[in-house]
Unconditional design. Sequence first.
Length: 170
Amino acid sequence: MRNSKMKGFTLIELIVVIAIIGVLAAILVPSMLGYVGQSKISTANTNAKLTYTNTSTYITNCGTAGYSVTPSVYGEVDLTNASLANQAYAKNGTGLAACLQSLMSSANGGYTTSVIGSSGIQCERTAWGKSTTDVYIGGYPNPATMANNETGATGDCKVNLSDAVATPIT
């Protein structure tokens, strides 16, 4: 018989509360991981759009100066070296990688790829990832989603993460 002067919880009451907390955590954790993934893809898409804008600006500046940019896939430009920020770069059609490094490099940078169209006067698409092994790869103008990011596709750019080379999907 329990002494009515004793205060506190029984062992069974504590176990029931812990079980309820465990069930709630099991329900909550997977949904929170989905939100984290969506946030990472959103950030990657934003950085891919910034790459697209900077690439387009570089192409325009080169065109104004009388140069063209060679149509190509400029693969996996490393933007992780903060010392490359604000560096000088050539506006003669050969300095796209240096331009992107100058404008986008930081300690929190990533890797980006730009596809220049056959005319050499416009950027067709870009891709961006936090690292060469990142599973969250953003794209622009066709942004990545959780559905197509699971296969490494970013709209119309596919990133081969094993060797960090981005190529257009045919």
